[in-house]
Each structure stands twice: as C-alpha cells, then as structure tokens.
Design a protein around this ligand. Sequence first.
Ligand SMILES: Cc1ncc(COP(=O)(O)O)c(C=O)c1O
Length: 369
Amino acid sequence: MKIDFFKIEEWMNKYEHLAKYDMTATCIKSFSLKEFFEFTNTDFSEIYEKPLDYGYITGSPRLKNNIADLYSGKSEKNVTVTLGAIGANSLVFTSLLNRGDEVVSIIPTYQQHYSIPKQLGCNVKIIKLKPELNWHIDFEELENAVSEKTKLITLNNPNNPTGAVLSEAELKKIANIAKTNNAYILCDEVYRFLNHNSKTNNLSIAEIYADKGISTFSMSKTFSLAGIRVGFIIANETLTEEFQHQRQYNTISISAIDDYIACLALENKDKIIKRNKEIVLAGKKTLTDWVSSENKISLIEPEAGTIAFIKYDDKRNSYDFCLDLFKTTGVLLLPGDAMEVPKHCRIGYCGNLKHFSEGLSEFSKWLKN
Ligand SMILES: Cc1ncc(COP(=O)(O)O)c(C=O)c1O
C-alpha cells in the first residue's frame, strides 16, 4: 500500500549528518551508556549478565508496572509496549481503523497522524491549530468537523512543532466532543512532563477520557533515550488486548536490553526530568533572547517540549529558506512546509548549548546579508 513521503524524516535523513549546526533535533542532549549508568547509580555488571534472548514478549512486568505508574488509575493491563512512539501510533491506527472510517486530525503534527489513516483508506478531515490562538484549537471548528461518523480524533499534545500545551479544560472539551459522538481520541504525548512552567497541564488523555482515550508516549524525548527504541500505548483493557493481538505480527518483543534500561530510567524519573528540564529551559532562554534581537524572526513561545516554531520574514518558501541557510552556514532547521505550515521553521534548542549559540550567531550573520 502506497503512503505519502514522510516529509520531516526525509529532510532530516538527507541533511542532519552533514550539518555543522543541526537544529532539527527534537531530543534533549542524550546520555552515553556510561553516563546513564553513573547517573542512575547502576552497577555495569548488571548489563553484562543479561541473556540476549527475546526477553518477555509483551515487555517485562517490571517495565509495564513502571509505565502504568506514569498514569493515575492504570495498571499493566492498560499497557502495550512498542518500538518507540512511532511504533505505538502506527499500531493504534492499524488496529483501530478500516477503509472508509472518518478521522479528524489536528495539525501541525507528526505526519503519521494523517498519512497513515489516509493510507488505510480513511476519510481524513484536517483541523489547523491557529497562531492567533497561540497554536491552540479553534473549538468551533473542531465541533463542526466531528460528527457521529467520526471514528477517531488524533492530535499531539504537547505539540510538535509549536510547543503549545492544551489545558486540562481544553482536553476535557475535546473528550466531551468525542464522547458525544462516540469517537476515540489518540493523543501522542511524547513531550509529556517537559512543561516549561510548573502550572502547565501534565494530564494525559488516557486519564481524562478513560473509556476511549488512547495515549502514546516513549522514552525518546522526556527521558533522552531515543537510542533505546521503547514506546508504549495506554488504553482501556479491551483495546489493549486488540493492540497486543495486532502487535504479534510486527514486534515479537522489544530488545531485552532496552527494556532493562527503560526500567532504570523510569525508576529515576524525577532525577532525569530535573536534568532535562534544566537543559530545556537554558536552551529556550538562549533562543528567546536571540529571537528578540532579530527583527526578521518572530516566535509564539513554546509552553513545553524541546522545539519551537519560528516565523521568518522573507519572500522564499521554507524549503528554499532552509536550504540556503544550510548551504551558506551549515545551520540546519526544519522547513515549516514539511509540517504543512508555510513561512515557519522548526528549531530544536536542547542539544549542546554552546554549539547552539554559535549556530544562532551564524544564522544572524546570514539574516543580515
Ligand atoms: C510527536 C512525535 N511523535 C512520535 C515521535 C516518534 O518518537 P519515537 O519513536 O522516538 O518515540 C516523534 C519524534 O520526533 C514525535 O515528535
């Protein structure tokens, strides 16, 4: 079955390893294995003893319990362990959707959320987040789009690329719209717990809409562990059984080593999130200071996560803008058009801060020319 090109992955795959200043990344500065073991006070010999077998097929009980603890009112019966959030989203779509189903997808978002339903032959309705609403949802539009024909509403919160976070009240509003129409909600929450302000909502759709709310999450962003491919789905028990059934055809198990490292990370959650929030906030400050000194760049400040969506004042489309910047300076951004939004670029600010600042200086010189 044919599928659209995954525009952001195509772009990053082509250029990220050639960039002098790669600002396309959505991850926080990663741990080396050695740093991670030291950070979590783990004896390295534990990993030497691990048998390199399939491990637990559906994920170890230790892992599933640690995952369930991230959600109120959930147990391991609500957990499906997958190969990253990319595997989690894909499994939800292929398990739930049939040709002809109606899906309402809120964009900009990770492209899986509209291209996979389209590939499956669904009727995909698009709702756009609005910059004039600080990249939040226009609820009138959402209400008009969703009907009893809608099988699934799909969104990403905190949002990639804008960093906007829906409040508890807004999530409840979406849940009410879905409930009235008997629809499922898939909320991709890979940037959960990375709020820039402690007052911002941290709730998951699986907590708010226990019946038909499905949450996906992973170890890649919040825990800086994209190199272990561990993600998961949280859903009601019946759906979870359906996901497990589908999963047998494409996963068997995740790596037993990855399972073990994910357990260590989840058992050190507070410590890792504290480390990561410091990196996030320092990067964001550098970025916002820089934006306020640049008259051709503007920004609606992100509320969570690792990325921001800057708007530029230039005639060129975002692919040409980013390509020229990259070829002239080695600074690599992600064109907004890869996420269906013109005149914007996504910028990641959570890698090496010194390197990031140097890249921004090069960007400034280029803008002046
Ligand atoms: C919103 C969103 N969902 C899912 C993914 C996939 O993440 P992973 O498979 O590494 O968990 C990404 C990666 O950038 C993302 O930004």
